[in-house]
Write a protein that binds this ligand. Structure first.
Ligand code: MSP
Length: 475
């Protein structure tokens, strides 16, 4: 039965270009969305950029650009990468968009106030602009932010606070019982342990004099909404919450927010508390993936191990990059990527695996069959789709390549190229069976390698062998 499926990526900070980790998140979302679309679900895929952040101040000053010039340039680059990777999002939300995003953020703020969950207080403590997070001394490592390894700013401000502590218990229950599913279970346990330690109320606004960007707090022009509160609302503001409810009614709550492990607390504690306070339903699931490393280290310019997604797609093509991200990286753990591993996987899975199989089968069918054999109208993909239901996309890819391997072995054992010369009818039957099985594979590839899936289906229907290898071997 068809259902609705709303999926989101985190919104990306626009202070730098997207890297392989970001490419991973969007590709995972795209694959899940395409799989659900293929099952006939009513789908919606949201992505965007998190723009009301002090991080871009430094960049625009260095580049001598206006904020709006800079944001246009950088978001065009984001969209360019999404295009190159065949990411079929429905909307790219920008939190600086006063028409699309601000009404939602301000409406939600008012709901928090109505619920009695916002109060004014003084914040004295530490702030890391890199993370856009308030820290306490005990969070630091050698006095530095554990993520950015920089010394956080000491700030003393009058801010509005959100009564996060009030929601600790109810969120705990919802996560424990999987009403809000946190996948994988290691991340579920991690957040449950944090909830057991309790949540403190959180500063939810900043004085406008200290933060030049941001959405004004309704009724107080001296304060802007804290950037994480503002950013999380994108998941509903983009659907029209607070301005035009049509998409919101159709798609909220989300079936999945896909996020990296570093932003779990924001999504599994702060966001649910905001929704509960506003009387809105919680998302169904959080898929929390790990980090992409290179040679076991964080990709960084100084280590010289950065793989640029733009360059990689230009050299190998979109489906080669999608293949690596989905087949070689677990959606539940950290995954490694070096150019050597990438080439090995490309040669094994695409050039020698899929590509070779396609040319072997279609060379035979073009030569011996009069046309494309009759293809089944309806195939049963239940087993395959089950992997996507549980977010096991790597296993879904393994399943397809399992069938590719089986088909390859079928050719080796039946040797249709020999049989057709001695028993034409039987040989043709073997070739037809192989083409039908290849078509099934082409269909299953649709969410993972959409371009290859289309090319392959067309070749099969036209009964033509590829003019050149689908994936050239690289040495
Ligand atoms: N703007 C916030 C998200 C707000 S969502 C309401 C943010 N942006 S980010 O640009 O820093 O990160 C976006 C996503 O990329 C996060 O899910 C983060 O975990 C992910 N990644 C950043 N580096 C990564 C890797 N090296 N590997 C995989 N994903 C990583 O956080």
């Amino acid at each position: 039965m068809s259902q609705k499926f709303y999926i989101t990526t985190p919104i990306f900070y626009p202070n730098a270009n997207l890297h392989m980790g970001h490419a991973y998140t969007v590709t995972v979302c795209d694959v899940l969305r395409r799989a659900h679309k293929m099952q006939g679900d009513d789908t919606y895929f949201l992505t965007g950029s998190d723009e009301n952040t002090g991080k871009i101040l430094k960049v625009v000053t260095e580049k001598n650009q206006t904020v709006s010039e800079y944001l246009t340039e950088v978001t065009e680059k984001f969209k360019d990468l999404f295009g190159k990777l065949d990411i079929s999002y429905d909307q790219f939300i920008q939190t600086s968009d006063k028409e699309k995003h601000w009404p939602g953020a301000q409406t939600l703020w008012k709901k928090l106030v109505e619920a009695g969950d916002i109060y004014k207080s003084k914040y004295i403590g530490l702030y890391c602009v890199g993370c856009e997070t308030f820290y306490t001394e005990k969070d630091l490592v050698d006095g530095k932010c554990p993520v950015h390894l920089t010394i956080p700013e000491k700030i003393e401000e009058d801010n509005y606070f959100f009564k996060l502590s009030k929601y600790t218990q109810v969120i705990r229950e919802k996560i424990e019982t999987d009403e809000l599913q946190v996948v994988p279970s290691t991340r579920k346990n991690e957040i449950l342990a944090q909830l057991d330690r309790g949540l403190d109320d959180i500063s939810f606004s900043r004085p406008v004099k200290n933060v030049p960007y941001g959405i004004p707090v309704p009724g107080d022009s001296e304060q802007v909404i804290y950037v994480w509160c503002d950013a999380l609302v994108n998941y509903i503001s983009a659907l029209g919450y607070g301005r035009d409810d049509e998409l919101f009614q159709r798609f909220w709550p989300a079936q999945a927010h896909v996020i990296g492990k570093d932003i779990l607390r924001f999504h599994a504690a702060i966001w649910p508390a905001m929704l509960l306070s506003a009387g809105l339903p919680l998302p169904q699931a959080l898929l929390v993936h790990g980090f992409i490393t290179s040679g076991g280290h964080k990709m960084s310019k100084s280590l010289g191990n950065v793989i640029d997604p733009y360059d990689l797609v230009s050299e190998y093509g979109k489906d080669a990059v999608r293949y690596y991200l989905i087949r070689e990286i677990s959606p539940f753990e950290d995954g490694d990527m070096t150019m050597d591993r990438f080439k090995d996987a490309y040669n094994a899975g695409l050039a020698n695996g899929l590509g070779n199989l396609v040319s072997r089968i279609l060379t035979l069918s073009e030569k011996y069959l009069d046309g494309c054999p009759e293809l089944p109208e309806q195939e049963d993909f239940t087993q395959y789709f089950a992997f996507f239901e549980s977010f096991e996309i790597q296993k879904a890819a393994d399943y397809v390549w399992g069938e590719i391997g089986d088909l390859d072995r079928f050719i080796q054992s039946t040797e249709p190229f020999k049989v057709v010369k001695v028993d034409e009818e039987h040989g043709k039957k073997l070739i037809s069976d192989m083409v039908v099985r290849l078509y099934r594979i082409a269909q299953m590839l649709k969410p993972i390698l959409p371009e290859t899936s289309e090319i392959l289906k067309k070749l099969i229907v036209e009964n033509k062998k590829p003019e050149k290898p689908l994936f050239l071997r690289k040495d």
